[in-house]
Design a protein around this ligand. Sequence first.
Ligand SMILES: Cc1cc2nc3c(=O)[nH]c(=O)nc-3n(C[C@H](O)[C@H](O)[C@H](O)COP(=O)(O)O)c2cc1C
Length: 389
Amino acid sequence: MMRVFRFMRVAQCSNIADFRAMARRRLPSPIFHYIDGAADDEVTCRRNTEAYESCDLVPSVLAGVETIDMSTTVMGQRLAMPLFCSPTALQRLFHHDGERAVAKAAEKFGTMFGVSSLGTVSVEEIGATIATPKMFQLYFHKDRGLTNSMIERGLAANFDVLALTVDTITGGNRERDLRTGFTSPPRLTPASLVSFALHPAWTANYFARERFSLPQLKDYVKEGSSVAISVGEYFSTMLDQSMNWKDAENVRVKWGKPFCLKGIMSVVDAKRAVDIGATGIMVSNHGGRQLDGSRSPFDQLAEIVDAVGDRIDVICDGGIRRGTHVLKALSLGAKACSGGRLYLFALAAAGQAGVERALGNLRGEIERDMKLMGCRSVKELSRENLRFR
Ligand SMILES: Cc1cc2nc3c(=O)[nH]c(=O)nc-3n(C[C@H](O)[C@H](O)[C@H](O)COP(=O)(O)O)c2cc1C
C-alpha cells in the first residue's frame, strides 16, 4: 500500500484518504499533525465522520435524473454545490499559495470559502481578487481594537458573511502539537530541523518565498507572526474568555450583513442564536480539536433543525469525507455542509490543483449519489431518504 501512495499523483487521488497520504509525505511532521490531529484522545474527531455511518440512504429509482441541480442558498449566498470550505488558520504553512489557492479553487466551483482571523493572506487581497461568496471568520480578541479592526477590514474587503467562532474560549488539548512542539511560526528546534531537512521541497518554499505572516493580526499582536506560540496557547491567552451573548449580538450589529455563529452544538444555544438575529449557525465542534467527548455535528443535527431550522440556516460542519455524508446531512435539514481537512490535505499535497481535484471529486460524488438516490434537486432530500440503524 505504501508503495502505491509513494508514487501517487494528484490525478490519481480519488478521495480524501489519498490526499491525506500525499500530505503526510510532503509536510514536515509537526505541520501534518497540526492539520490531522485533534484534542485529547481524538474520540470526537473520529466520531464526526463515523456518525454518518449510523444511518443509511434509501434510494428511489425511475426518477428521470439526467440533469440534477445541487445548488443551494445559504445565508443569502447562492452556492453551486452544497459544500463549502470552512475557515482554517495558517494555510501558507501547508502550501506556499495558502488561502490564494483555496480561494481560487472555491471560485472555480462556485462555492464559498472562509478566511480565518489567523489567515496568512490578507482579507484585502482576497476581497480584491475573488468573486465567489466569501466568509470571514472572527476570533474575539481581548484587544477590542483588534477585534473591531478585523470586522471593519472584512466589511471594507467586501466579505459576504461573518462567522464568529464560539468554541475556542480556551485552547483545546491537542496532544500531537504538544508532542511535536508545533508553533506559529514554526519554532526551530533540533527535532523540527530534522523534520525540515527530511522535507526539502517544503522547506525551500517556506524559506525562499514570501515571508510568513498573519496579516489580519500583525499590526496589533506579534504572537503567531513573529513570536512563536502554539495555537492552543494563542486561544488561551489572546482571546477574550468573557465573551458572551451580548458581545456576539454587538458583533452582529457592527457587521450588519449575514452573520453566523460557528461552533453551536446545543438546541438552547441555537435558539439564542436566533434571538440575537444570526442568519446562520455552523453546527460544529471545530473538527474535534477543542472539547473531546463532545457530540458530533451530524448526531446533533436533527434536534437543532427541528428547533430552529425554519428561522435560521443550519450548516453541518465537520467529519465530511464523502458525497454521501453531504446527502445525509441535507436529508436531515442542513442547508449546506462545510469542512476543513477535506480540502487542507489536498492543499498541502498540491496547492490549487489539489484543492480543485478534491472539490471536483466531492462534487462528482454528490452528483452521482443524487442520481443514484433518484433525486433531481437537493430540495428533494428529506428524512424519508434516511433510516437510522
Ligand atoms: C488545520 C485546521 C485549522 C483550523 N483553523 C480554524 C480557524 O482558524 N478558525 C476556525 O473557526 N476554525 C478553524 N478550524 C476548524 C474548521 O473551520 C472546521 O470547523 C473543521 O475543520 C471541521 O472539521 P473537518 O476538518 O473534519 O472538516 C481549523 C481546522 C483545521 C483542521
